[in-house]
Every structure is written in C-alpha cells, then in structure tokens.
Design a protein around this ligand. Structure first.
Ligand code: KIV
Length: 266
C-alpha cells in the first residue's frame, strides 16, 4: 500500500512537513512518483491550467475522471485526491456521494471539497469510507462570490469564520485542510489548533504541508507565465525549454540538419 491518510496524520504528529502537487496526466504522475511526492491532487485547476477555461468553474466530472484515471495509472505510491468539480456537491449530498464514489472507482483514494458549508457532506462521505480533504480561504470555486481571486481572512469576522470552519470540518471527519490565500498568521493559528494536517498555498510557511499547481512550478501555464501569483514559484522554467526546443526543431528542419544520417534507417 502506498501513502495513506494515516501517514499524513503521523507526519503532523511528528512535525514532518510534506509536499502535495497537482497532476493531470500519466507522464507527470510518473515523474512525481519518481520524485517521491507523497500526495497528488487531481485538481479542478485542470480547468484553467490544462483545458484552457478561464477559471475552475466549467470543468465537468467527466473531464475530471478522464484525467484522474490517467494519473492513477502513473502514480502507484502516492495518496491520490480527486477534486470535486463545481456543481457536483452544491446541489445535495446524494449526488455528491455518487460523484465521490466515481472518483474512488477511477483510482483516487480521497476527494477534496471547498468551503466551510460542507459539514454534512464531509460527515456523510467519511461515514461511507471516503476520506475527505477540505479547502478554506480563497476557494477558487467561489471566485464570483469573492468578486475576484482575493485573499480571505482580512477582517476579524472573516478570520473567526475561517477558524470556526476549520475546527468544525476537523470534527466532521476531514483528514486534512488546504488553506489557500490567507494571511500567514491566520494559517499558523489554525495549524496550531488542529490535529489534522493543514496544507498551505498562499498561506505562509507555518502550515504542516505545502501544495502548488504543477504548471506554476514548471512555468508552463500560458496565463501565468511571467505573471505568477505572489505565492507561487517557478522551480524550473520548462515553458522556456519547450519554446526553445520547438524553435530548435523547426530551425533544424528548415536547415535540413534534422534528421541527419544518424537518425535515419539503412
Ligand atoms: O485545484 C487545485 O489545484 C487546488 C489546489 C490549488 C489546492 O485546489
């Protein structure tokens, strides 16, 4: 058995930070496995990073499952989390449970849902043996309610709401909570209060774990190339490498230097 939710609980208890990354296909899942990444999220960021939608709202369950299956084939060791797309859990628990079951049948080990209002759903899913990761703060599926991708937890009311949501979600059975787009002191406070791991993105360094969108880390998302969000870092500029390689190939073809004799059959 690969990484389990128990391993993440142990990491929190022992004060060991861990990394989560998104993946959307088989080759990157293979590469993340080679890198030993313990938790892989098939994020609904599939929408704006791979499928070319403007934000995460349009991606469908069918699209998510197609990519989840590919990731599952490439990542035998990691804990795999399927991100419930917008519309699969907003209208009621029965439809949501069915969607979560589809994710587990596609090879995921857990699902992720956004917001603090999902308490009943978290309890229903965990009672049915489906581990749930929650997501608080700047939850991208609420972009319209927030009036844009705005850092949350800036007012006292908003801070207290996020703290009480985090405590309630832990009690409802969540095994981890992503904290996105919030002041670092708020994320630190929540991390200290909870016994389950917090996974930060734009929430400062004091969370138990960190997550990034793989395409930000690699510099390959067209709309963030050169204008990454403040919290992200391009650890390797694969985008530039791809552009350079494509240009070099086209130039070699134009000059007649590729293929040469060494790349030809005799
Ligand atoms: O969809 C996603 O990639 C996410 C992460 C940013 C946590 O939800």
């Amino acid at each position: 058995m690969g990484v389990t939710i128990n391993d993440l609980a142990t990491a929190k208890r022992e004060g060991r930070r861990f990394a989560m990354l998104t993946a959307y296909d088989w080759p990157t899942a293979r590469l993340l496995t080679e890198a030993g990444i313990p938790v892989i999220l098939v994020g609904d960021s599939l929408a704006d990073n791979v499928l070319g939608y403007a934000n995460t709202l349009p991606v469908s369950m069918a699209e998510m499952l197609h990519h989840a299956r590919a990731v599952a084939r490439g990542a035998p060791d990691a804990l795999l989390v399927g991100d419930m797309p917008f519309g699969t859990y907003q209208s009621g628990c029965d439809a949501a449970v069915a969607a979560a079951v589809d994710f587990l049948k596609a090879g995921m080990h857990a699902v992720k849902v956004e917001g603090g209002w999902v308490l009943d759903l978290v309890a229903r899913l965990t009672q049915r043996g489906i581990p749930v990761m929650c997501h608080l703060g700047l939850t991208p599926q609420s972009v319209n309610a927030f009036g844009g991708m705005r850092v949350q937890g800036r007012t006292e009311d908003s801070r207290e709401q996020i703290v009480s949501d985090a405590i309630a979600l832990e009690r409802a059975g969540a095994f981890a909570i992503v904290l996105e787009g919030m002041p670092r002191d708020l994320a630190a406070r929540i991390t200290a209060m909870l016994t389950i791991p917090t996974i930060g993105i734009g929430a400062g360094p004091d969370c138990d774990a960190q997550v990034l969108v793989l395409h930000d880390l690699l510099g390959i998302t067209p709309h963030t190339r050169g204008s990454l969000p403040k919290f992200a870092r391009t650890f390797a500029d694969v985008g530039d490498q791809v552009v350079g390689a494509a240009r070099a190939f086209a130039a070699a073809v134009g000059e007649g230097t590729f293929p040469d004799d060494a790349h030809s059959f005799h």
